[in-house]
Design a protein. Structure first.
Length: 150
């Protein structure tokens, strides 16, 4: 039986991977910004309830599906013969940073659930800083993938 040739679809797979990453990062940048406002709102207020709706939709409709698609297309790319070499250090750094982004994704879900339970135990300053971490990680990932410094 002949193996399915993924390399014929490489550019399509890579395109959908990049689209998924952009969507995931957009949500990862925006959600902590919503948390900044949410942490300053009064529990049970109209503003708090509106932010809960916005956060839930962002997570359910954009962030979670985009992360899943990022992983799916990324795994397909890794399985495409001749695309990656496991001996190159940049790939290991990239994958480690993707795992870190996934952990931050999980923290975002945890923080959302806290707001859903009307908790306000984290300051808006914390969320302002948390908002910048995915940006820095994304910059390093892009440099690893494009420049491949090692």
């Amino acid at each position: 039986m002949e193996m399915f040739d993924l390399s014929a679809y490489y550019l399509w797979i890579k395109s959908f991977h990049i689209i998924s990453v952009i969507s995931w990062m957009a949500a990862m940048f925006y959600l902590p910004r919503l948390f900044v406002y949410h942490s300053q709102s009064q529990p049970g207020s109209d503003m708090s309830n509106q932010l809960l709706v916005m956060e839930e939709r962002l997570i359910r409709i954009i962030m979670n599906p985009a992360m899943i698609m990022t992983y799916l297309f990324g795994i397909i790319l890794i399985l495409t013969p001749g695309i990656v070499s496991w001996t190159e250090g940049w790939l290991h750094v990239k994958l480690l940073l993707v795992l870190l982004l996934s952990a931050i994704h999980g923290l975002n879900i945890k923080w959302y659930k806290g707001f859903k339970c009307e908790e306000r135990n984290i300051s808006h300053v914390y969320f302002r800083v948390a908002n910048e971490i995915p940006v820095v990680i994304m910059v390093v990932i892009v440099i690893m993938v494009v420049v491949k410094p090692f």
